[in-house]
Structures are given as C-alpha cells and as structure tokens.
Design a protein around this ligand. Structure first.
Ligand SMILES: [Zn+2]
Ligand SMILES: [Zn+2]
Ligand SMILES: [Zn+2]
Length: 258
C-alpha cells in the first residue's frame, strides 16, 4: 500500500498570520509560521482525497497543482472545515460527476442548510453537485481500494469524526477520545492530532501538553501536531520543547507512507 499525505493547512480557524496581528508568530519570516486552515491531501493508487475543505481550499489546490479529486471526508461542520465546498466545482465540472462527501449524518444535514442552493430541485446552472455519504465512528469503508475507518472524537460537547487509513490516523479539533474509539487506534504508527496552543485550557481543543499526554496514552510511535493558533509560538521554538517522536506539522509537509 503506497500512500502519500500532504498537509495543505495546519492552522486554526483564523489561520496564521491573523489579520492585523503584529505578534512575533504572525510577523515571523519563517515559512513554517504561515499556516492556512487545516486540510490534508491524501493520494493513493493515483487518486486524490481531501480531509476537510476550508476557506483556503482553492489556494491549497492551486499551490499543490491538484487536478483531480476522488472524494472528500469531513471531520465536522465548523466553517474552517467546510466553507470551501463551493470551490469543488472545477473538479465536479471537469470530472463530469457529483463529488462524494463523507461525513456524520448531522454534518451532512448542516451542509444541506449551508449550501442549500446546491440541493434545489431545479438547480441554477453552474452550482456544485454533491453526493452526500453518511459515515460514522466505528464504520469501515473501502473506496477504490482505500480502506477508511471512522474514529469518534469529542470536540468539546460536539462529537466529530477522525479518520484512520491503515497505520495512519488523522484527528483534528480534538478535546478528548473515549475508550471505545481509542481501541480503534490500536496499531497506528503515525498519528496526526490537533493542539491549539500551549497555555490557557480551551473548552473544545487540546493544549500542546494535553496532546502530548494523549499521544503517550495511545502509545503511537510517531505523531504530528496540527490546528495551531498564533498563541502556540514560533514553529522553531516549539519544536525544541518536543520529544523527538512528536513534531509540529507545517503547510506543504509531504510524507510517503508505506
Ligand atoms: Zn499573531
Ligand atoms: Zn471545530
Ligand atoms: Zn477547526
């Protein structure tokens, strides 16, 4: 199984730099301190998939010259993860078929509301066409040979979805994970997990220290952190605080997985 992953964005909902902010992170000249909104590109068997389609989606597709897209996985309905869905149109038009979108039933209902123009009986020409596919925690599906397992994650009070592909798992907007879903992560060798900042507990996101603790509890050998705010600190400084098996992801980071 040959899989390639590319981090299209690793920032929290406002991105980094934050508009108008003059903090050392937002004004850093290190390209690793520029973080678009979170999204992952996964390539397998010459087909491309994305997890989450946020406000930077168009820019992310252009930057990485992505010319075809098989389907989309949504972690949850917050704007920084879904609001770019209209920009799937170039793929939908060129590929001449509806775009499959996998997500929790609640999230798909939200999409129907947020993008109601795409679900009308007599649609305006030029609108995106989506095929909504229910996908829930614990469920296992295979798409063109790509095996995906849904992982239930608690984003504060909101149950959301993470994804496991073989020995790789991607969990964004994590606050906690129950034991049942921890079981589903057994054997994972590379875990991508979110952490928003270092200090001041957040009601729906892990702090860096809490994410490190979770990584230890799950006993995964390697982990990468995503969904960071400017309060996390500069990429270079934060990396120095981390054990060698835990790194901060950054925009453009690409890895080949066996
Ligand atoms: Zn800032
Ligand atoms: Zn969220
Ligand atoms: Zn988010």
């Amino acid at each position: 199984m040959k899989m390639q992953i590319t981090f299209l964005g690793t920032g929290t909902s406002q991105g980094i730099p934050v508009i108008g902010c003059t903090c050392p992170v937002c004004t850093s000249s290190d390209p690793k301190d520029k973080r678009l909104r979170c999204s992952l590109l996964l390539s397998y068997n010459e087909k491309n998939y994305v997890i989450d389609v946020g406000p930077d989606f168009r820019q992310q597709m252009l930057r990485h010259e992505v010319s075809n897209l098989e389907s989309v996985f949504l972690s949850h309905e917050h704007n920084d993860h879904v609001i770019g869905l209209d920009d799937l149109r170039p793929f939908i038009f060129r590929q001449k078929k509806e775009m499959k979108i996998f997500g929790l039933p609640r999230v798909l209902e939200e999409i129907k509301g947020r993008f109601s123009y795409a679900f009308q009986d007599s649609p305006y020409p030029g609108i995106p066409r989506f095929e909504l596919e229910k996908f829930t925690a614990g469920e296992k599906i295979s798409i063109s040979g790509l095996e995906v397992v849904g992982i239930g994650v608690d984003h504060g009070a909101l149950p959301i979805l993470g994804f496991r592909f073989g020995t790789f798992a991607y969990l964004t907007d994590v606050k906690s994970i129950d034991n049942k879903n921890r079981e589903l992560l057994k054997g994972v060798e590379l875990l991508v997990v979110s952490a928003i900042r270092q200090e001041r507990p957040h009601h729906s996101h892990l702090l860096l220290e809490e994410a490190i603790q979770l990584i230890k509890e799950l006993k995964v050998p390697n982990a990468l952190i995503i969904h960071m705010s400017h309060y996390m600190g500069k990429h270079e400084d934060v990396e120095k605080l981390l054990p060698p098996n835990i790194r901060l992801a950054y925009d453009g980071l690409s890895l080949n997985l066996a």
